[in-house]
Design a protein around this ligand. Structure first.
Ligand SMILES: C[S@@+](CC[C@H](N)C(=O)[O-])C[C@H]1O[C@@H](n2cnc3c(N)ncnc32)[C@H](O)[C@@H]1O
Length: 222
């Protein structure tokens, strides 16, 4: 296994499963944020009936499963076998859903498939150099198809490639993965430079409560 896959397997073991139902009693749902029952849903993808979507860094698969449950075809890719094992265990019964263990850029370079939407929720878009990722995503989107992704907003003044630490035991160093942070206007410029249109980046405020970090959501059209 690669160091990246080992790091994300470690992360996977620390993450709880998605709840059985959300606040509305639904068994599947789409969440762009780190807060339960908060923010917009799958409508941001503007999928046509039966449309095809690609989840970059799908993790335990809850968002891709929701798309399959509402009649879309969803491919979820992830580098972590542990994340994908959990995804297959919980959602493997759903038709129209396909999970694959592969790096995002490799998949996008090697696949001949095109998609109506490519999305990433705190996923591979956050953890891949946008100079490598944005061109290959665009090649796999049908004309007019959407790229939508969410991640934590940057810490003021900390832009470009940053270190994310995945903790382990008290006597072990944390594992490190790289992520890419920019302010909304910098994302808008970056996507426009790579040929995307109608680019909109904003920070959705946190829900009321003790936590204050919002969610950066970026939307664009190929
Ligand atoms: C913070 S988790 C988010 C998972 C999921 N999207 C969610 O909302 O729960 C980040 C995920 O991205 C995956 N990932 C990171 N870099 C990747 C890459 N280059 N290619 C594919 N998956 C990647 C990790 O394995 C991990 O499952």
């Amino acid at each position: 296994m690669t160091d990246t896959a080992i790091a994300w397997d470690t992360y996977s073991r620390q993450r709880p499963e998605r709840r059985p139902v959300n606040a509305r009693g639904e068994t599947t749902w789409f969440n762009w944020t780190q807060y339960p029952d908060h923010g917009p849903g799958a409508e941001l993808l503007r999928l046509p009936p039966g449309g095809r979507a690609l989840d970059l860094g799908c993790g335990k698969g809850g968002n891709a499963a929701h798309l399959a449950a509402i009649g879309m075809r969803a491919v979820g890719i992830d580098v972590s076998p542990a994340q994908l094992h959990a995804a297959a265990e919980r959602w493997g019964y759903l038709p129209g859903l396909d999970f694959r263990q592969v790096d995002a850029v490799s998949y996008l370079r090697e696949s001949a498939q095109t998609f109506d939407a490519v999305y990433s929720v705190y996923g591979a878009v956050w953890f891949t150099d946008p100079a490598r990722l944005l061109p290959v995503v665009r090649e796999r989107l049908r004309p007019g198809g959407r790229l939508v992704f969410s991640q934590r907003p940057p810490v003021e003044g900390c832009y470009g490639c940053q270190a994310s630490y995945i903790p382990r035991g008290d006597d072990e160093d944390p594992l490190v993965v790289k992520r890419w942070d920019y302010e909304p206007d910098a994302w808008e410029q970056l996507l426009a430079e790579h040929g995307y249109m109608d680019v909109r980046a904003m920070v959705l405020p946190a829900p009321s409560g003790p936590r204050t970090v919002g969610t950066l959501i970026v939307q664009a059209r190929a």
